[in-house]
Design a protein around this ligand. Structure first.
Ligand SMILES: [Zn+2]
Length: 340
């Protein structure tokens, strides 16, 4: 155990997590996962940070079952619309994008711990093969580009060897810059990379990480009580879209889910979800289109009285140790981030 882990463990032993949980007991905790993968999927590869391992997920669910009260989407709707209070230390588990591992790996563990969950799906990627969300495709291509340097946004970056941990980490940093570019500029870069380099999605760890659910699997989920929400049509940065594109992204995903699942879709998760990725205008359009609840990734606790169109969630990544996870979700966020 390193010093950081010892300090986080110390905070736990001293009861700081417990105190913090008590202090924020009336504030819904939203957790956002993307996927759960096998323990042997590559470590030290920034591409796998979006998914936790089976062992991590199992430990985290055990923690939620022991110290928290897992609630469903319907309970949250009831709290907002019918004033039926949530229990103290309420936690809501959700998954973004719609990966197959949510069904094959996460669902049995969720059932074992009797923890309800919601899956937010990007509808044009459901039932596709060898397709990635554009941001992950950029990450993949930047990770394997054979060049030794690249110019992005007027700045030249020296590139470590392809596929090395240093390269995948730098590729993630570059991606986080590129995400803020205008959509046209991003598309030009992606087109350029598509011509320069091909990506191989056949390794089993990549299939496990990236493969999407199909509609039959989503219907199966729905039948088992796992709730499904929209995550747009193609996973854009909504704040950068004009009115017509914004309408199309939200409406297409809503209609598609309603058609395929045969039930009204009233819930949305904003793609990427940070304060830069959606705006008051996006919230208004989502409301007009008919979404009644919407989830962010603003990495903060919710106020005791929920804002229906801005329900905050914390994103859980692979680098979170169990001690770091405990501190993070208990509200000792700054301690956890400092020590992660
Ligand atoms: Zn997403």
């Amino acid at each position: 155990m390193n010093l950081k882990q010892i300090l986080l463990c110390g905070a736990d032993v001293l009861g700081l997590n417990c105190l913090s949980r008590f202090r924020t007991r009336r504030c819904l905790l939203g957790l956002c996962y993307h996927g759960v993968v096998s323990d042997n999927s590559p470590q030290n590869d920034a591409r796998t940070r979006i998914a936790v391992t089976v062992t991590q997920f199992n430990e985290q669910l055990k923690e939620l079952r022991k110290h928290w009260n897992p609630v469903s989407l319907s309970q949250i709707r009831n709290a907002i619309e019918n004033d039926i209070p949530l229990p103290d230390r309420a936690v809501h588990v959700s998954f973004d994008d719609g990966y197959k591992n949510n069904l094959t790996i996460a669902a049995p563990l969720l059932a074992q711990y009797e923890i309800p969950a919601t899956i937010f799906v990007t509808t044009n990627l459901i039932a596709t093969h060898n397709q990635l969300i554009w941001a992950l495709e950029l990450h993949e291509r930047l990770a394997v580009l054979p060049d030794s340097e690249i110019e992005i946004g007027g700045k030249t970056y020296l590139l470590p060897p392809p596929e090395s941990p240093q390269r995948t980490k730098l590729a993630l940093e570059l991606l986080n810059r590129i995400k803020r570019f205008p959509a046209e500029e991003r598309d030009i870069l992606l087109q350029k990379l598509r011509k320069r380099v091909t990506i191989d999605l056949t390794p089993s760890w990549k299939r496990e990480l990236y493969e999407f659910l199909d509609w039959d699997e989503l219907r199966l989920f729905y039948g088992q009580g796992i709730e499904i929400g929209a995550h747009t049509f193609s996973h854009p940065v909504l704040s950068g879209l004009d009115q017509a594109e914004l309408n199309r992204e939200l409406l297409e995903s809503k209609r598609c889910l309603e058609r395929e699942l045969g039930t009204e879709c009233l819930v949305l998760a904003y793609p990427f979800g940070s304060e830069y990725d959606f705006s008051d205008r996006v919230v208004e359009v989502a409301r007009q289109i008919g979404f009644r609840l919407a989830f962010t990734l603003q990495e903060r606790r919710n106020p005791p009285v929920l804002d229906a169109m801005r329900i905050h969630r914390i994103c859980i990544h692979r680098e979170h140790s169990l001690h770091s996870f405990r501190a993070l979700i208990s509200g000792l966020r700054n301690v956890s981030l400092f020590l992660s």
